[in-house]
Design a protein around this ligand. Structure first.
Ligand SMILES: O=C(O)c1cc(=O)[nH]c(=O)n1[C@@H]1O[C@H](COP(=O)(O)O)[C@@H](O)[C@H]1O
Length: 310
């Protein structure tokens, strides 16, 4: 099961964090941008190639110390088909370096359309009886608020092709409580969604006690994070909101189980923009990302036991 592979990578690196690849052109050092503009033109192709070069350098700098990357599709879609090619090439490059890839698409729709999204991100497209992987990520972020028929096609592929999903449960943004904190009977909506995740995952259990159906729970709501960890013992958490959104090490500790497993904490801007924050030379951007990734690892793991598999 795909999260088994992620858990094994986390234990190997002793690092329960993921680097978010949410690149903006202004994060990319000018020399790297100009190099790609000269080769491909000052247009969507040049911009997309600059992002690819930047991502590859970051992956090279992080792959032995960070278990996973999380490219957010929106940052690639904004460059049109050239951007989508960069998303594909980034996913493939990260996998070739042994990293686990969480494609952050937050997809959801009715069942039939969801089958198409599932094939695009977790499966393979059939052309004349030959299979072609479109993007090839290991897991996908998903909006579960359309209910079971929007999630079932993904769970089927998780079982068939060793993949995983992360379902939005309690999101990190300021307005998340407008709907997610509302009560349904004696429970807030995020707890109901948590129950649904446990239920969806029951037929897709992995070796280490976590199912292929994970949940997204924001670092910016530490109390709910702790509450959901207790309520969802078989659900692995993706925890965004550390760093740029204000979450710190103490906020994320409630996401972990007694073995230091149970969650992976994301930082995107914190790692991508480390070189700008440090004020180091442009050429050092990847080394600065590695320094920040190692600092984040230490920041979180100093409060956890050595991470072990059951
Ligand atoms: O699914 C996500 O990854 C996600 C869910 C959520 O509740 N909050 C959240 O910030 N995210 C994503 O996590 C990343 C956070 O980025 P930084 O705030 O720059 O670390 C972005 O890619 C967001 O789209």
């Amino acid at each position: 099961m795909s999260f088994d592979r992620l858990l094994e990578r986390i234990v190997e690196t002793q690092n329960p964090t993921v680097a978010g690849l949410d690149p903006k052109l202004e994060y990319i050092p000018a020399y790297l941008r100009e190099e790609q503009f000269r080769l491909h033109g000052r247009n969507l192709k040049g911009a997309s190639q600059a992002i690819l070069a930047y991502n590859k350098a970051l992956i090279d700098a992080l792959c032995d110390v960070v278990p996973a990357v999380k490219p957010q599709c929106a940052y690639y879609e904004m460059f049109g088909y050239e951007g989508m090619k960069t998303l594909h090439d980034t996913i493939q490059y990260a996998k070739s370096k042994g990293m686990y890839v969480i494609t952050d698409g937050k997809r959801n729709d009715i069942g039939t359309t969801m089958e198409a999204y599932a094939v695009a991100h977790l499966g393979a497209t059939l052309v004349d009886s030959e299979e072609f992987e479109a993007f090839g990520g290991d897991s996908l972020t998903v909006n579960g608020y359309l209910g079971t028929d929007g999630v079932a096609p993904l769970v089927k592929l998780c079982n068939e092709r060793d993949k995983g999903i992360f379902v939005l449960c309690k999101t990190s943004n300021k307005s998340s409580g407008e709907l997610q904190d509302r009560q349904i009977g004696d429970m807030p909506v995020y707890r109901v969604m948590g129950e649904m995740c446990e239920h969806w995952g029951a037929d897709a259990m992995g070796r280490y006690g976590y199912s292929a159906v994970g949940a997204v729970v924001g670092a910016t709501y530490p109390e709910q994070l702790e509450e959901l960890r207790r309520a969802m013992p078989h659900t692995f958490f993706l925890v965004p909101g550390y760093g740029a959104q204000g979450g710190g090490a103490w906020d994320v500790l409630g996401a972990f189980d007694e073995r230091g497993l149970g969650a992976i904490v994301n930082s995107s801007r914190g790692i991508l923009c480390a070189w700008q924050k440090e004020g180091c030379a442009e050429q050092e951007f990847a080394a600065a990302a590695r320094r920040e990734a190692l600092r984040m690892k230490e920041d979180i793991t100093q409060h956890l036991p050595a991470i072990t598999l059951p």
